[in-house]
Design a protein around this ligand. Structure first.
Ligand code: SF4
Length: 228
């Protein structure tokens, strides 16, 4: 298939799946990609539950930056215990936090967050995705204006299939699904953290504040660079 054809095919599939359920979009990803990676932040476990239902052959990819909250690592352990049939891969950066401090200065996340995200998230994900035909994200249009036009299906800048099953899922939909299926939940969500990333770059937000305003607070950075 030529590059043009692949993009046209992805656009047609995105239009077809625009109003489809998350489960249907994920099933389409599983049907298209023999080697499928599902990226999970573990802020919630909705994609894990959906993988269990319709894409058990896919690998769950967790970017273990070395800076996660202990509560996030506890969610990872709980996922492995509840879903033993699924593979959760913990992807680590080349450098440990100590090695990074020695080479680039202490607390690079506060002096050059884009460089820290590049080394601890973007490059490890890029290396890992080379093993797969396609990948799945938990992007939702309601997350931010930057994500407001995310399609159900696209071709990423490396020519790989990218599926976004949760694009039309609202906060209320998500909460309902989690409650209905008694999913594993992240304890910080009920402690003022509506969006959870690495501990040094995430703070609690006040009621009514934008849910992503606690990420890289006080800087102009709003995304880690995984979804340019
Ligand atoms: Fe580093 Fe913060 Fe990015 Fe995590 S979110 S990789 S700690 S800059």
């Amino acid at each position: 298939m030529t590059t043009l054809t692949v993009h046209a095919h992805a656009e047609a599939l995105a239009a077809e799946l625009e109003h489809a359920s998350a489960e249907t979009i994920l099933a389409a990803a599983a049907a298209r990609c023999d080697r499928l990676a599902i990226t999970v932040s573990l802020q919630d476990t909705v994609l894990v539950e959906l993988a269990h239902r319709v894409a058990p052959h896919a690998d769950l990819i967790f970017l273990d930056t070395g800076y996660h909250f202990p509560e996030t690592l506890a969610v990872a352990a709980a996922v492995e215990a509840r879903y033993p049939e699924l593979t959760l891969r913990r992807i680590t950066p080349e450098l440990t936090p100590t090695q990074q401090d020695l080479r680039f200065g202490i607390a690079l996340f506060s002096t050059d967050a884009p460089a820290c995200c590049r080394m601890r998230k973007v490059e490890p994900l890029h290396r890992t995705l080379a093993e797969y035909d396609g990948w799945v994200t938990g992007l939702r249009r309601s997350d931010s204006t930057h994500r407001a036009h995310t399609p159900a299906v696209e071709i990423d800048r490396h020519g790989r299939w990218k599926f976004n099953p949760l694009i039309t899922v609202s906060d209320a939909d998500l909460d309902r699904f989690i409650a209905d299926h008694d999913l594993i939940t992240h304890p910080l969500l009920t402690q003022g953290y509506p969006s959870i990333g690495c501990a040094p770059c995430t703070r609690a937000v006040a009621p009514g504040e934008d849910k992503r305003s606690g990420r890289w607070a006080g800087t102009s950075k709003t995304e880690c660079g995984l979804h340019p």
